[in-house]
Design a protein around this ligand. Structure first.
Ligand code: BES
Ligand code: ZN
Length: 854
């Protein structure tokens, strides 16, 4: 019913088509307002009396339409705040054909990180503000009245009126700078390519930059606020290499002559792919040679590779509607790894895909309240909510599965075909499948439909009997309750693969519910080779048993070792096996050399530990955990070695952090001594998070004050974030309440607030305190986050860590009377997850007690 109404109302229709926008904007950095003037060339498919376009929080002063020799000013300008539109009513009929719409308007530079907004920074201790934009998905309309839909592509010609000492940046290079009557400069930029409104960008402030050219002469620059350009070097070199890689890979040269990348101090997501003027939060682009961690370096490389991939996949070819958002985000989230792997082959970056994307996709999509990759959306609130792990992570995992099935060459050729066919236009999911079909001759559309149009994914059960393997598939649910409730008979086309000791993988496409395949008896078999498929595997007991040894002696590749333990945890959560099974598998991992595999082992252990936090099982579980880490901790030690691999450096932080969290007294003491000595001897950047977290977990008032001072003094944003996540680890409720109060103070930027609140939620001793805080401060929090904004969902989702029915009931009750527009699905997911945790806790309690006794 509600959906129906949204559907009719929300699209602009196809009578008025924009062709070209001429835009003049004048931000006032002191009064925090802006004025604008715009001429839109349009084509009318039929004669009209009124014209409707998108506009939100803008005051439109005048609207004049010109056609032929005539010119008429709108008699009435009306706004529809639900549809986020403005309508101009003319007293003359405007005939079919070409016309020009001239508008003048004004708005406010808010601090909500949407539309045209202000961001705070300091120059020599003095507070300043820049004006900058974030338009995706539907916030261009907060800056300029426009036809704010991805398929309404047009050319944009922008001028910015700015004080002469400020830098003005937009999508293209300035072609002209002239003095404006007001004493300001008017900077005019070259026309953009034909593109969607969500890709426009305007930035005005104090900046310095580093610059480099690509082989083909594209100028690449990284802009930072004054004093930080030395942190731009790494991202700059990544960007140049990425552009060169994509030029070659897509076989289409980057279509602009410049690429600017701007570090913005207040930024709602990680980064935004505005064509030719990519914006980033500081932690996603700045790398300090001395103070940044290995984690940050990898993250920066991945984000740069992601946003630059969008310059082709997203900007050049754009989804026809937000239902196909996943094409943008899923694809970029896949190809970013491909690019980084080319640029930094030693990083072994693909291993990160499994815990960064593949795993999160399997987790979220195991809920009843998931959604299909291709999902019908209409209203901006619904659009904001799908920037989630389904679009990004499931999207990328599905692309990776297909890429493996097609093979490198057909995959690349298919992409080239797709991009060339649809460039400067829009496309949907089916167009991508058609491109792959064309080059490969394989039935791609048929194979992929269930993966993108249906929610969920399969679990493949495998049984060995009479020298045959028996396969069966069904939808996987993390909750035994959902599994009983939902009848889903979807059959997926699953690329099944398996490998034995002799290494060459066998493959077939499983299209039926059950299949039987002969097998050579004897040796072990690992299914879903390299975890390229988006499914889980349930081995029968004997097949599973045979895997222990190849795990132990690392005969199996890391991806496969990873997949086995991940699926065991998931099956235990789903009630298929007891938690004792994955836990007793852990000792097989004691020789594990690979960081990534440890991440998975540790995170599952953490989830089981979370179930029993505060109970009489907590201590025995902690003792068990310490026994798992002890040998590896001893081996890796505290001292980074020269030229060690990324995996090794990351593993050190992970192991020390985990050992410290589970109460290893030696590790705690060492962390404390490093902290005490920090002013004389800087803590190595990779160990800072570990040290700060341990300090908080085992500290009190004194440590809190020390961390707070460090937080305020830090100029590197990454350091601030490190301290913010550590603050959640205190155990004293009084301190945790202070941490929460601090999160909404002016010392913490709105973009970072969730990090602090999530830190407290993830601490079993802080969860209820944080929930009480959220309820109490709801009106402020919901006002700050605004409607339909992904930050709201991201604040709510960590509540899924709760483990009791009371918590679920309370959350449900609260949201019955408190609106969270755009977070409806997230709330359902949180409730479902809590019920899963609750059931898991009760179900496995007894088996765990018996097992821990041993
Ligand atoms: N297009 C998005 C930015 C975005 C996110 C706009 C959410 C509107 C809402 C951008 O390409 C992106 O995906 N950024 C990621 C980082 C990336 C490396 C996964 C982000 O911001 O988290
Ligand atoms: Zn993206």
């Amino acid at each position: 019913m509600k959906l129906q109404k949204n559907k009719q109302n929300v699209r602009l229709g196809s009578v008025v088509i924009p062709i070209h926008y001429q835009i003049i904007l004048e931000p006032d950095l002191l009064a925090h307002t802006f004025k604008g003037e715009e001429t839109i060339m349009i084509t009318l498919a039929k004669q009209v009396r009124e014209i409707t376009l998108h506009s939100k929080d803008l005051k439109i002063m005048s609207a004049t339409i010109s056609f032929g020799t005539q010119s008429h000013t709108a008699k009435k300008i009306s706004y529809d705040s639900k549809r986020e539109t403005a309508t101009f009513l003319f007293d003359q009929v405007v005939p079919k054909g070409k016309a020009k719409l001239h508008l003048t308007f004004a708005g406010i530079l808010r601090d909500n990180m949407r539309g045209f907004y202000k961001s705070r920074y300091e120059v020599n201790g003095q507070e300043r503000f820049m004006a900058t934009t974030q338009f995706e998905a539907t916030d261009a309309r907060r800056c300029i009245p426009c036809f704010d839909e991805p398929a309404q592509k047009a050319v944009f010609q922008v001028s910015l009126i700015v004080p002469p000492d400020k830098v003005a940046i937009s999508n293209t290079l300035p072609t002209d700078v002239r003095e404006h009557a007001s004493g300001f400069n008017i900077v005019s930029f070259a026309p953009t390519p034909k593109m969607s409104t969500y890709l426009l960008a305007f930035i005005v402030g104090d900046f310095e930059y580093l610059e480099k050219k690509t082989k083909t002469g594209v100028i690449v620059r990284v802009y930072t606020v004054p004093g930080k350009k030395h942190q731009a070097e790494f991202a700059l070199s990544c960007a140049v290499k990425c552009l060169e890689f994509y030029n070659d890979y897509f076989d289409i040269p980057y279509p602009l002559n410049t690429l600017d990348m701007i570090a913005v101090p207040d930024f709602s997501s990680g980064a935004m792919e505005n064509w030719g003027a990519v914006t980033y939060r500081e932690t996603a682009i700045l790398v300090d040679p001395e103070h940044s961690s290995t984690q940050t370096k990898q993250w920066v490389a991945l984000v740069v590779a992601h946003e630059l991939a969008h310059q082709w996949f997203g900007n050049l070819v754009t989804m026809e509607w937000w239902t196909h958002l996943w094409l943008n985000e899923g694809f970029a989230s896949y190809i970013e790894y491909l690019a980084v792997d080319r640029i930094f082959p030693k990083w072994n970056i693909w291993t990160r895909f499994l815990y960064g994307d593949h795993g999160p996709a399997l987790r979220l999509d195991a809920l009843k309240h998931t959604h299909p990759i291709e999902v019908e959306v209409h209203h901006p609130n619904e659009i904001g909510e799908i920037f989630d792990e389904i679009s990004y992570s499931k999207g990328s995992a599905v692309i990776r599965m297909l890429a493996n099935y097609l093979g490198k060459d057909d995959f690349k050729e298919g992409l080239r075909y797709y991009l060339k066919k649809h460039m400067y236009k829009n496309a949907g999911t089916v167009h991508l499948w058609q491109a792959f079909e064309k080059v490969s001759g394989k039935p791609v559309e048929k194979m992929m439909t269930t993966w993108t149009k249906r929610p969920g994914y399969p679990i493949v059960r495998i049984r060995e009997q009479d020298a045959h393997l028996h396969f069966s598939q069904e939808r996987f649910f993390a909750s035994p309750l959902s599994r009983r409730e939902v009848t889903d008979t979807t059959l997926w086309n699953i690329p099944i693969s398996f490998t034995g000791p002799r290494r060459s993988a066998q493959q077939f496409l499983m299209t039926k519910k059950n299949m039987i395949v002969p097998r050579t008896p004897g040796s072990w078999l690992k299914f879903n080779t390299n975890e390229t498929g988006l499914y889980r595997v349930r081995y029968d007991a004997s097949l599973l048993d045979q895997l222990r040894q190849p795990i132990k002696d690392n005969q199996l590749p890391a991806d496969d070792r990873f997949g086995i333990i991940r699926d065991l945890y998931a099956l235990s959560e789903a009630g298929d096996i007891s938690a004792v099974v994955p836990l007793s598998m852990l000792p097989s991992y004691s020789n594990e050399p690979e960081y990534m595999v440890w991440v998975e082992a540790v995170s599952g252990l953490g989830r089981i530990n979370n179930l029993y936090a505060g109970s009489s099982y907590e201590e025995p579980l902690r003792t068990f955990a310490r026994s798992i880490f002890a040998p590896a901790v001893k081996l890796i030690g505290w001292k980074p070695t020269v030229n060690e691999s990324h995996s090794h450096a990351l593993l050190r932080s992970l192991l020390l952090g985990s050992a410290g969290a589970y109460g290893d007294t030696k590790v705690i003491a060492k962390a404390q001594s490093l902290f005490m000595a920090r002013n004389r001897l800087a803590i190595p950047s990779d160990l800072r998070s570990v040290v700060y977290s341990i300090i908080a977990r085992y500290g009190g008032e004194k440590e809190y004050n020390a961390l707070l001072l460090m937080h305020q003094a830090a100029s590197l944003h990454e350091e601030k974030n490190r301290i913010e996540s550590a603050l959640g680890h205190f155990t004293d409720p009084r301190i945790l309440n202070k941490v929460l109060a601090y999160s909404i103070s002016s010392s913490v930027r709105l973009q970072d607030r969730n990090g602090l609140i999530a830190g407290v939620i993830l601490n079993p001793r802080g969860r209820k305190i944080a929930w009480t805080f959220i309820k109490k401060n709801w009106s402020k929090l919901s006002a700050d986050y605004g409607e339909g904004w992904h930050l709201m969902s991201r604040m709510i989702s960590p509540l899924g860590r709760a483990t009791t029915k009371q918590e679920a009931d309370d959350i449900k009750k609260f949201f019955k009377t408190h609106k969270a527009p755009g977070a409806a699905r997230t709330i359902e997911q949180v409730l479902e997850q809590i019920n899963i945790n609750h059931a898991w806790r009760i179900r496995d309690e007894k088996a765990l007690r018996e097992w821990l006794k041993k």
